[in-house]
Design a protein around this ligand. Structure first.
Ligand SMILES: [Zn+2]
Length: 192
């Protein structure tokens, strides 16, 4: 009797345990991406994406492939599929605390910039530098003309300057394309 009860409880808990295990595995893959282990992370995420129903594994799989292969046009398609699956696009960025130029920016905080349907979030290593806003609150996302690999986000009166991980114009342009194609358009649909 007890054994049957235990089995029933295990069966009831199984879906929750599985989804939290996937969450932990995705967090591990995210850390691997931060450490530059892109191929290793992509391998794990390919397997996780088959079981994950939230679209998050697919999102970070697209991120790992982008940094591994640097084929940014393909990444636009990969991230588009991640949005369609309920996820989005996530980038590792450095937030500059100085006036931006081509010179190496020293004073920065680092973190993840997340684009999801109608939402933009900066998950920062520094308290007070994180934000989570709706696309309707974002005034502009654009590349910085004077330096490669840089882009900015205007929210209210504040301008946030970011450097992409690959420090390439292509990655900065991908960020802008994802925002206008997948984030802003979703907000416009929501406004109707
Ligand atoms: Zn910062």
């Amino acid at each position: 009797m007890t054994r049957i009860t235990i089995c029933a409880v295990v069966l009831l808990l199984a879906p929750t345990v599985c989804s939290s295990q996937i969450g932990t595995s995705i967090a591990g893959a995210r850390d691997a991406i931060v450490r530059g282990k892109y191929a290793y992370a992509a391998e794990d995420l390919e397997e996780l994406a088959r079981r994950d129903t939230s679209g998050e594994a697919r999102t970070y799989l697209a991120t790992a492939r982008m940094y591994r292969d640097r084929r940014f046009y393909d990444s636009l398609e990969d991230f588009g599929e991640a949005f369609a699956a309920g996820g989005g696009a996530s980038f590792i960025v450095a937030h500059s605390h100085e006036v931006m130029s081509d010179a190496e920016v020293v004073n920065v905080c680092r973190g993840w910039l997340h684009f999801r349907s109608g939402r933009v979030e900066f998950e920062s290593s520094e308290s007070g530098h994180a934000f989570a806003v709706t696309a309707a609150e974002v005034r502009e996302v654009d590349t910085n003309r004077l330096a490669r690999g840089l882009f900015h986000i205007r929210i209210g009166d504040r301008k946030w300057n970011f450097r992409t991980r690959t420090a390439t114009r292509d990655e900065a342009q991908l960020v802008v394309a994802i925002y206008s194609k997948c984030v802003r358009s979703a907000a416009a649909l929501g406004d109707r």
